[in-house]
Ligand binder design. Structure first.
Ligand code: ADP
Length: 327
């Protein structure tokens, strides 16, 4: 049965990622197509609290599908973590008659939507926008593909100089809790070691693998480490390796925020468009408090609560592939 959704709000929250604009465009145009009024909420939950809300038209989202960042801007809102803040946010929605919300963001933003939906009867639909791909229940999150491709092209450049000098290079990529950027970019650039938060890897095992490669005259070694690896990022790994291998030439490179920016890849634009479209359909179909995922090329609607509870696992298959191909 169709719900009486008439006015919807869309916001981007938490860390930005390439493809958020494509998702906003899809939400706005699908909403308008279905005769809904659509409101853009600026600066995430903070804008909701400060009533920084603008009516969106088809032209408001013209020529943005190719842009990184988010035209609605994003913010981290401490106020929304308090019941008082969420009450003001709710009052602002009621004042405008907005009766459905699309939240584009990561697990933190989903946690906010879960808290909000426990207190107020405004359906929230999430769209997973995070370069880290740290949300379970979906094969894709918006921004991941772009971030990985940015990392791959940067690592390729570093590899040229690495090769010229027979050096060990440690490259740090983003990923506080999830190592997917490290895993995918590492495999795609032929890294010898990939260090991720999901797996314990002792420093001795890294040293042993370097020594073993040295014995085989493989002198160029690329280590890709996720920032959230349990022993630390690139600087820390460099320090630990220097202790054990004082003669080795070890360089580091921290890719940092370049991974967040830039024009979204085709895949990110496609999934953002698809998820944005389905998020509005969800609201009209009366779905409550789910996020839109894609699994095995099918839409998957997962309770927001589940998205924030479970942590992803990196498959053993990929780890075996890394080990065998880097020999
Ligand atoms: P991301 O969505 O990228 O994971 P954050 O973790 O910073 O980013 O979360 C974005 C915003 O979501 C926070 O600034 C806050 O406003 C809101 N939020 C996060 N956790 C909660 C919570 N437990 N309760 C209410 N709001 C929350």
């Amino acid at each position: 049965m169709k719900n009486q959704i008439t006015k919807i709000g869309v916001l981007t929250s938490g860390g930005d990622c390439p493809g958020m604009n494509a998702a906003i465009r899809a939400v706005v145009r699908t909403g308008l197509y279905n005769k809904l009024e659509v409101y853009g909420i600026r600066r995430g939950y903070q804008g909701l609290i400060e009533d920084d809300i603008v009516k969106m038209e088809s032209r408001s989202v013209a020529n943005i599908i190719q842009l990184g960042g988010t035209i609605l801007k994003t913010a981290r809102s401490k106020d929304f973590k308090t019941p008082e803040g969420r009450k003001i946010a709710y009052d602002n929605l009621v004042k405008r008659g907005i009766n459905g919300l699309v939240v584009i963001g990561g697990d933190g933003s989903f946690r906010g939507a879960v808290d909000f939906s426990k207190e107020y009867d405004i359906p929230c639909i999430g769209i997973a926008g995070t370069i880290d791909k740290d949300i379970t229940g979906t094969d894709f999150t918006i921004g991941f593909d772009t971030a990985v491709n940015t990392a791959v092209s940067a690592i390729d450049k570093v590899r040229d100089t690495m090769d010229a000098h027979d050096r060990i290079f440690i490259i740090e990529v983003m990923g506080r809790d999830a190592g997917y950027i490290a895993l995918h970019s590492g495999i795609a650039t032929g890294a010898e070691n990939i260090l991720i938060p999901e797996r314990k890897t002792g420093i001795d095992s890294i040293v042993n693998s370097l020594l073993e490669k040295e014995r085989r005259k493989k002198l160029v070694n690329l280590i890709v480490v996720a920032e959230g690896f349990e022993l630390g990022g690139a600087s820390k790994i460099q320090e630990l390796l220097k202790d054990k291998l004082p003669k080795a030439e070890i360089r580091i490179c921290i890719l940092g925020h370049i991974q967040r920016g830039g024009s979204p890849t085709c895949i990110d634009r496609l999934i953002a468009s698809r998820m944005g479209f389905h998020a509005v359909e969800c609201l009209m179909d009366g779905r409550h408090n789910v996020f839109v995922g894609i699994q095995n090329n099918r839409m998957n609607y997962i309770p927001l609560e589940d998205a924030v509870k479970s942590k992803g696992k990196v498959s053993e298959e990929w780890m075996r592939i890394v080990k065998i191909l880097a020999s």
